[in-house]
Each structure stands twice: as C-alpha cells, then as structure tokens.
Write a protein that binds this ligand. Structure first.
Ligand code: SF4
Ligand code: SF4
Length: 190
C-alpha cells in the first residue's frame, strides 16, 4: 500500500501572541519537564525503567520501515540476487554505488555483479537504490553500527554486503506490502 499523503494546513497569518513564540516555548517546556520528571521518578523508584536502553548490550527492535545500511540479498546458493542492471547505481543521489557487471555462461542468470561496492561514507540511507531495484536484490537492513577510522574502511564490497534472504524476510515482506508488489522470490540457481 502506498504511503498516506497528509495535507498540512498552515495559517497564513499568525496572531501577535503567536508571533512572540511564547505559547510554543511554554508548550515545549511543559513537554520536556513532563518527560524529565517521569523519567526521574522511574529512576528513583526503580519502576517503569523501560525507557532506558542499555546500549550496546541492549538494542531496540527497529520498525520494519527502518532504513539502515543497504545490503545485497543473497540467494540460497550464496550468490547475490543482483543481475547488475545498474538501476540502483543510476538512482543513487550520492554516487556511492559502483558496479562492474559480469556474465555467467552456465547458469540461468546471465548477468551478475563482478564488483559491487558501496561507499558507506557517502550513503545517506535514502533507500532510493532499494526502490529502483526491479529484483528486490538490494534492501535497507537494520544495520546501523557502521564506523571506521578512515574513509577506506567504509568501502563495503560485494562479500561484505551479502546477507541471506532469510535474514531479510521482514524487510522484504514490508516492501511487498508497501509497494503493492507481487514479487515471487527467484529460486536459487547453481
Ligand atoms: S541508500 Fe541512497 S545514498 Fe545509500 S546507496 Fe542507496 S541510493 Fe545511494
Ligand atoms: S541491486 Fe538491483 S538495481 Fe542494483 S544492479 Fe542489482 S539488480 Fe540492478
């Protein structure tokens, strides 16, 4: 199902009180104070501490719509589902995807990515590569722990990006419902 469009009604003219921003400042202070005192009470009484996540020992279960690092969907035989069509490379606004296509003579899949690199120092997690892909071969994962001491270490190659499709089930199902896709997953070929 496509995303819901929300029309925001903006008043053309603000009253004098609104133009001083005082009501909005007071409102935000009330909200901040409410959270502060609620959390403080939870901290002192030891109750209702669910708002604290002891990262990195604990992590949150992100929503299915969450966009983490883009990864390549792996087939059962360990090969990427990608057919190196280059659409994601074309769609990427930061030019961080580099693909070198190759051809498989024996298998049913004619094209495959000989090289598939993503420069994660440039990726902005927009998800356009995922939207552009006709094969459901690149999806946004839940991976967020991407760090390095230099730019070179943030260059992810095909082998680093491959994730078995069984681990990406939730995201793939979300995409199919979100975009009304009736996409039968391609069977593994050796
Ligand atoms: S998420 Fe956006 S910026 Fe990152 S690789 Fe995909 S298209 Fe490029
Ligand atoms: S990931 Fe998808 S869009 Fe990108 S090259 Fe492979 S098949 Fe084409």
């Amino acid at each position: 199902m496509p995303g819901k469009v929300v029309t925001v009604k903006r008043r053309a003219k603000l009253g004098w009180l609104e133009r001083t921003y005082i009501p909005m400042v007071v409102k935000s202070l009330v909200t901040t104070s409410r959270h502060f005192f609620r959390n403080m009470r939870g901290f002192l009484t030891g109750k209702n501490l669910t708002f604290v996540v002891q990262y990195p020992e604990q992590t949150l279960d992100y929503a299915d719509a969450f966009r983490g690092m883009p990864v390549l969907v792996g087939l059962d035989n360990g090969n990427p589902k990608c057919v190196a069509c280059g659409l994601c490379e074309f769609a990427c606004p930061t030019d961080c995807i580099s693909i070198v296509p190759g051809e498989l003579e024996s298998a049913g899949i004619e094209r495959y990515p000989e090289v598939f690199d993503i420069d994660m120092s440039r990726c902005m997690f927009c998800g356009l590569c995922e939207e552009a892909c006709p094969e459901e071969a690149i999806v946004m994962s839940r991976e967020t722990e991407i760090a390095g001491f230099d730019r070179k270490s943030l260059m992810f190659h095909k082998e680093d990006l491959l994730v078995p499709d069984t681990l990406l089930k939730r995201r793939l199902e979300f995409l199919r419902s979100e975009y009304d896709r009736e996409h039968a997953p391609r069977a593994s070929k050796s």
